[in-house]
Design a protein around this ligand. Sequence first.
Ligand code: FES
Ligand SMILES: [Fe+2]
Length: 445
Amino acid sequence: MPEVQSRGVFVHEASPAGTRPITAERYISEAWLRREFDELWPSVWQFACLERDVAEPGQYVVWDVGRESIVIARTSDGDLAANYNVCQHRGARIATDGRGCAEHLTCPYHGWSYRLDGRLVVVPDNQRFPGGVDRARHSLKPVRVDTMWGLVFVCPNPSAPPLAEYLGPLLEAVAPFQLERMTLVADQTVLLNCNWKAVFDNFHELYHVEHIHPLHELQFDCPTSRVDLYANGHTGVTIYGHTVNTRLPIPDAPTPVLSRDLLRFGGDPGEYQGRVLDVREATQKLRREAGPRLGWDYDAFEDWQLSDVEQYNALPNLMLTLQPDDAMVMRARPHPTDPNWCWWDKFSLHRQPDPAVAARHGVPFEPHDPADLASVPRPMHDEFTQDDVIAGRKTLGVTIDQDVHFIRDVQAGMHSRGFGAQILNDDERRIQHYHDWLDHVMGVR
Ligand code: FES
Ligand SMILES: [Fe+2]
């Protein structure tokens, strides 16, 4: 992990494709979308599902991107298998629901049945095929699969590097959060009227925060964030948290959200009258001390990680927002035919207090909110539209709802003859970096 001392933009590895202006074409052109399906998605590791959804033998999840569909399953041997979700008989989709549990993957059309590892085992009326179908030769076509941080990734490209190598420095950065041990508290999808990459653009910069997320100035110092630009188009940003926006007048007393966290960790907001900029470090110390008693294990975290927010995006489709007790795992999925639409998936994770942490540290267990101890069933997948968010019928959280309000207008503007190319500032370097590496993967010169 980088030392979060000096702020700025750190270029670890620039794209071999160099830099091109980011014009509207890549957001609105159907030809560009098709090119992505031909040259991007088949080439790279991509986030396909949560490992917890394929934890038990028989569980499977379908990952659809464009017209392609891949089925990921836990086999009876306990291995993970990923195969193209297409029957070898006449090409029907085999699994048509998002996730499920089955002994075999059986094609609904004529009943060809495959083991969860893809091996063809049943061909009804096999004697009616000339010579019979050689089941050993007609397994489902495999796709590479691997896991990291409790997330399953697939890669159709046999010559891509291993997943760990592909993710590079993100491995170590994300590891302390132990996402695989957090509880899934929401599983949401919103259909958006924008290109899938516009969601990434939005999550690649903080420039918009002062303009559309007014609450952030009461708890984060976005203007002093640190940006890291990694190989393969991955990026990170680290933002001081438990503080205020230092470009604005500093309030005399801790803001309500700062006070809430001071109290949560046993501090006294009154002590910070006139010295609000001391709250960040104070919260680190208080949180470190109070953690075991509250049932949270912070041993793997550096002090700064107990106050700050980290956000990592992995090309092509994964966005992670990380705090010690909460995480958002998000992704954008392109519409199969229309570049103006996409789905934005958000998995919300929360670290529940664990009495074993207190026991291990030899302190009494005093959870902040005993309600957090209740066991939480896996939430149902909830899918809705941006209009549901804008009308207040659904929410992805205040901040993301605000993003949802604006993002369709960006897409609308891209269609104007009056727009040329994006003009990006230092804070927005992540956007350019991501697109430069997309260009590299797709061979755009
Ligand atoms: S297409 Fe699958 S069994 Fe015929
Ligand atoms: Fe935002």
